[in-house]
Ligand binder design. Structure first.
Ligand code: ADP
Ligand code: MG
Length: 315
């Protein structure tokens, strides 16, 4: 299911991208999201100032850019978790300005969230059940206790089948906070799928993940596309971007400054300048230092032995 040679139901959508001109704001043949003049300011700082952008349906689009470029803020705006000062945007042709986050989620546009401290105190299965937005609406944590029994059964079955797919089934009754970095990322992705989204938005799915688990996450992201979903993800890992994205959009200082197929975008001087002008030029480097390598190897070995990490964050 996750292999490279899986049947590509989305190849038509990718073929359509070939005719798209590699320019900021380029129109796409079948956009699932269209945004216009979206501006978000924090005090005197303009975090997002997107004039026009379209996200093609059925493909994997990477949103890249230096730290502070406005990528996460743009995600929050699109999904109703934050409000812009001005702007219009639509999902499947339906305007979303002013639509609250839980309704955006029900419409099929889901973003992943980092596992918070609170969610870490729930079990893996409980976290999955919280992802079933359609049934609960805005009654977030409270919904956990109040779900109807029939639905409860259905939700649990769905959660278990996703946990199988994401290789977390053995962890189902463990506290989410005890998972390794990579397993958290798998849980975040699996939880997003509980709502059966049409568009999956992943904010840095590879952050803190060791190289071995990276390959498995890459496979999972591709499988989302190959089962017909649209994927939009923010990522600093340029190898991953090059490896799996069909299209790349580059933000810097709130604006879309470049877009196109991965190879041409990453060679674009505007893009290189944007990175070099920031403190994150090392993000374009493909080398891992020896120290990181040996730490990562240790982590993999620990995971293979099934020994839980002490506390991942500072390692
Ligand atoms: N809630 C907030 N209050 C004030 N400034 C914010 C807030 N959220 C983001 N910013 C600022 O907006 C800019 C864009 O941030 P962000 O969207 O997190 O960038 P990215 O995800 O590309 O790294 C940054 O300068 C950041 O400090
Ligand atoms: Mg961010």
């Amino acid at each position: 299911m996750l292999a490279d040679d899986a049947p590509k139901t989305s190849s038509g959508a990718r073929d359509q991208l070939r005719g798209v001109s590699p320019e900021p704001g380029a129109p796409k043949p079948d956009p699932i999201v269209v945004a216009d003049h979206v501006v978000r300011q924090f005090g005197g700082l303009t975090a997002v100032d997107v004039e026009h952008v379209e996200i093609q349906r059925g493909v994997i689009t990477a949103l890249i850019g230096p730290n502070g470029a406005g990528k996460t803020t743009f995600f929050n705006l699109l999904t109703g978790f934050d409000k812009p000062q001005s702007g219009e945007w639509s999902f499947n042709g339906r305007s979303l300005a002013g639509v609250p986050a839980y309704r955006v989620a029900r419409l099929g546009m889901i973003r992943t969230f980092q596992l918070t401290k609170v969610l870490g105190k729930l079990t893996v299965l409980e976290n999955m059940r919280l992802g079933a937005t359609k049934q609960r609406g805005e009654r977030f944590l409270g919904g956990l206790l109040g779900i109807w029994r029939a639905q409860e059964q259905e939700i649990t079955e769905k959660a278990d089948s996703l946990l199988e797919r994401f290789l977390l089934i053995k962890k189902r009754t463990d506290l989410a906070g005890e998972l390794s970095g990579g397993q958290r990322k798998l849980l975040e992705m699996a939880r997003a799928l509980m709502a059966d989204p049409e568009l999956v938005m992943l904010d840095e799915p590879m952050a803190g993940v060791n190289p071995a688990l990276k390959q498995s996450l890459l496979g999972h992201v591709k499988s989302l596309r190959d089962e017909g979903r649209t994927v939009l993800f923010v990522e600093h890992d340029m190898d991953m971007v090059r490896d799996i994205s069909d299209w790349v959009i580059v933000m810097a200082q709130g604006k879309v400054i470049a877009e196109g197929p991965p190879d041409s975008v990453m060679g674009d001087t505007r893009v290189i300048d944007a990175y070099l002008g920031s403190h994150h030029d090392q993000d374009l480097s493909e080398d891992l230092s020896d120290e990181i390598h040996s730490q990562a190897t240790e982590e993999v070995e620990r995971e293979e032995r099934g020994t839980p990490e002490t506390d991942g964050a500072t390692r």
